[in-house]
Design a binder for this molecule. Structure first.
Ligand code: THU
Length: 126
């Protein structure tokens, strides 16, 4: 799957975001090495800390379905600028591979980073 199409799936996933508190929609589309795509959106909670980000929703859906290897994750949001994952998501995703690509778009520009680039000197294992 090309990364433009993966971004479109992330944008589509934003529609299901539950953003009662921030009104800020995020969508993610995670491409597993199996070829399957798992989408996620942010799901907020009245106890703010219980909110889960779009990226982690996509990962937990995939992992709970038996996926273990991932190629790329696209992230989209209400921002006009590029959307980057929060620190908790960077740590969460690093568990599954520092080579996983993070795709983000602003206007017509697409940026591709590895999770390793977004989390330098990562704590990966002990
Ligand atoms: N959020 C995400 O879903 N992903 C990110 O990478 C950054 C933040 C969500 C969490 C919360 O629902 C809203 O965006 C505002 O922080």
């Amino acid at each position: 799957m090309d990364y433009g199409a993966l971004i479109e799936k992330a944008q589509e996933a934003m529609k299901n975001a539950y953003v009662k508190y921030s009104n800020f929609r995020v969508g993610a589309a995670l491409l597993a090495k199996s070829g399957k795509v798992y989408t996620g959106c942010n799901i907020e909670n009245s106890s703010y800390g219980a909110t889960i980000c779009a990226e982690r929703v996509a990962f937990v859906k995939a992992i709970s379905e038996g996926e273990k290897e991932f190629e790329a994750i696209a992230v989209a949001s209400d921002l006009k600028d590029f959307t980057y994952p929060c620190g908790i998501c960077r740590q969460f995703m690093s568990e599954w591979g520092l080579d996983i690509k993070l795709i983000t778009k602003s206007g017509e520009k697409i940026r591709i980073h590895t999770i390793g680039e977004l989390l330098p000197e990562a704590f990966v294992d002990f």
